[in-house]
Write a protein that binds this ligand. Structure first.
Ligand code: AMP
Ligand code: MN
Ligand code: MN
Length: 323
């Protein structure tokens, strides 16, 4: 067994009250992996706490244990292990991680980002994996947990969302075999497809309409913007990114796409996507963010206009350097 896997299993076996943290604006991979680990640890007689600074979208809120998420943690908290899931650096806990824990409580990182800088005491990080779900499955097997039913459904959610419904370059034969075995183990594939992938709230789809109305294409770069006041007008929460990154990724003429979404405090969240052969991880990392070659992101200070003006030339350079 790999050293990191053995060490990760040992940390979890020794822990009684682990804190599991999912990343902000949570997606199906961070939530599915966290909820699967929560179910497994409860089966092992442990008492895990789960936390995420943002609420789960309706498309994830039906999952078992989703109602147990805490958005803030009490000052006095009785935990003996911190596990951060599907994030490439500690900033991605959104402030839930406390520096005072550093020397007292072990930190376990379970992730698959190419930009992960191994910031934990133990790092179960596999950048070749399509989703954090993949190293998570290895870990559950190392813990001798039976993967079935609700737990299998949680894992399916992570795999199906991070591969955008099995259509990304990362959708390998191993991924497809894993999906098959999760279905055989009782995972509800059609329910996940219906409730998680094919359920867009009406107001979010109205938002897509506004965003697509402003869609621009210049050479092989497509982009759009979304101002905060339009979120307010549609009663969409301030922190939402409307998942515009994945929507724009389908523009046929574009090799690189970017969705610029205004957030509170004069910041702009950018979602980058690239077609195979192009690389947006380097651009995102150079702007203080991270991700994968084909899907990455960052958050920058400044107005929408200023951020667009700053970033678009970088995207054109990224297209040129790949050609
Ligand atoms: P998104 O565009 O939010 O769907 O994110 C695409 C990928 O980039 C995901 O793997 C994210 O984890 C990663 N990512 C997005 N924003 C950031 C950020 N600020 N820092 C590090 N990674 C990020
Ligand atoms: Mn994620
Ligand atoms: Mn992921």
């Amino acid at each position: 067994m790999k050293t990191a896997l053995r060490q990760a299993a040992a940390l979890l076996q020794q822990s009684e009250r682990p804190l599991l943290i999912s990343h902000p604006r949570p997606d199906g991979d961070t939530i599915g992996s966290t909820l699967a680990l929560r179910l497994a640890l409860r089966e092992l007689g442990k008492d895990p706490i789960i936390a995420c600074i943002h609420p789960l979208g309706e498309n994830l809120a039906y999952l078992p244990g989703a109602d147990q998420y805490q958005e803030t943690l009490p000052d006095e908290i009785d935990i003996d292990l911190v596990v951060v899931i599907d994030m490439s650096d500690l900033d991605r806990t959104g402030g839930l991680y406390r520096e005072e824990w550093r020397d007292r409580i072990p930190l376990l990182v379970i992730d698959h980002h190419a930009t992960n800088d191994a910031f934990g005491d133990v790092n179960l990080v596999d950048p070749t994996s399509a989703a954090t779900v993949m190293p998570m499955i290895e870990l559950l097997e190392a813990l001798d947990v039976k993967i079935q039913d609700e737990l299998a459904t949680c894992l399916l959610v992570g795999l199906l969302t991070d591969t955008r419904g099995l259509r990304t370059q990362s959708t390998s034969p191993t991924v497809l075999r894993t999906v098959s075995s999760l279905i055989e183990a009782g995972g509800e594939y059609v329910k996940v497809m219906q409730k998680t992938l094919d359920s867009v709230p009406y107001k979010k789809m109205r938002g897509w309409g506004k965003a697509l109305d402003r869609l621009q294409l210049n050479g092989a770069v497509a982009w759009t913007t979304f101002p905060l006041d339009e979120k307010k007008a549609l009663a969409i929460s301030d922190h939402a990114d409307l998942d515009l990154g994945n929507l724009l990724s389908r523009v046929a003429e574009a090799n690189i796409t970017a969705a610029f979404v205004e957030m509170r405090d004069e910041t702009v969240k950018i979602s980058f996507r690239a077609r195979p052969g192009y690389d947006v991880a380097t651009v995102a990392a150079s702007l203080g963010g991270g991700g994968h070659r084909l899907a990455a992101g960052c958050t920058l200070d400044g107005s929408l206009e200023a951020v667009v003006d700053r970033v678009l030339p970088m995207l054109h350079r990224a297209v040129e350097s790949a050609e």
